[in-house]
Design a protein around this ligand. Sequence first.
Ligand code: ATP
Ligand code: MG
Ligand code: MG
Ligand code: MG
Length: 467
Amino acid sequence: MKTDDLRAAYLDFFEAKGCVRRPSDVLVPKDDPTVLFTPAGMNQFKAEFLGLGKPDFKSAVTSQKCLRTGDIENVGVTARHHTFFEMLGNFSFGDYFKREAIHWAWEFLTSKKWLGMNPDELNVTVYEEDDEAAGIWANEIGLEQARIRRHGEHDNFWPAGAPTNGPDGVCGPCSEIFHHPGGFDPAKEGTEIWNLVFTQFERKGAPPDNLIPLPAKNIDTGMGLERTAAVLQGVKANFEIDTLRPLCDAAAEAVGVPYDYDAKTGRPVRRIADHARAVVMAVHEGVRPGNSMAEYVVKQLLRRASLEGYLLGRTEPFLYSLVQPVVDSLKAAYPELTQTVASTVDTVKAEEERFLSTVDRGIKRFDRAVEAAQQQGANAIDGDAAWELHGTYGVLVEMTEALAARHNLSVDRQRFEELRSEHEKTSGTGAFADSVMAAGPIDAVKKEHGETVFLGYDATEADATIL
Ligand code: ATP
Ligand code: MG
Ligand code: MG
Ligand code: MG
């Protein structure tokens, strides 16, 4: 089944169950200060889950554009993580609950009329205290006990750690569905394809008594489009599916290497393909590479991709040539992308040129910093070098960290941050930064994605010395 057909089938299936088909929300939400990018399908329905307002529908189905910067180090490394991806979701606001959510998920996955997956290749997890969900899987779906695993709040409460240590907001126990190619293997975790969240609480503050029952019991599910397509297409990684493999081939061609999943060049090419998608989708929504908030993330994704190409020997801009292939791979779902190809090409190319104008010297400076660390027997690149790379050579600190990790080194982030705040004070950009850092979106994002690295903040636009 083609990826476009899978998206359409999901929407059709849940529409037939009574869900109202809603468009994807934007990738860069304008009115949600807690996130820079939409990380999941449920984000556009936060008010509905809280019982605020009067929605004109009680259940919905979407394919949502998502971007998770916290997964960036996994991109190209695992078979299943992207920064930009699509999440297929069905949602109930006090309408259907656990039983229907589980039955319908199983029906969609295994019925011959729909995806026709082999049930023997699937297993599930439930929250350790959720006997009800475990019972439905065992007694109604007929799964043997060995294929119903119980985990704690880290894995089976969404967001992770919600009862004791998670962020405030709507939450609940979840049940996840995993795929095992060739048959369930109890020794393996499998690939997580679908998370069914039984959103029935609002978390407020610390335990005990911090889980307040919501006015209604809700459902929030998220299924990875690319992961499920990989299962259906029998390929070993998301990057091999019909919409992503051509992009990897185009990326490889653009940098002048052959593409082979297992070759040494496989990972960097996949990272380029992934970051190109994320950049195109964000720039399409008007987020240009820059130094603040979401713009900094776009700048970083773009420069990281550019650097991968550079390290493969491509010293001229190339990323802009992937704009059209990205649009081609996504235009069935998002035809509006075709309207912004030319302006996106211009934006991407200009930023690549800017980066490439300093990268030579940047890489030399980086190599000297690595040498110095190794000579001193240090395990980190010093903060002064990282600051110089960041401010003068355009090698952003997160890029230095990623490059340093390849030499088993970290970066002295404490010293770097000292230098950054000194710089902000003298250049007068600190006040803005402090106010944002103190109580603004960053804290909220950190809270919401506790375990992930937040990549989204640097100096402000006014800071002319930061490239
Ligand atoms: P994982 O444990 O594999 O990182 P997750 O538990 O963080 O996934 P959820 O937050 O439960 O993922 O998101 C719902 C679904 O979205 C997942 O089951 C998966 O199919 C998909 N998904 C999550 N993160 C990514 C990603 N970075 N790239 C592609 N698909 C993803
Ligand atoms: Mg994850
Ligand atoms: Mg998971
Ligand atoms: Mg999950």
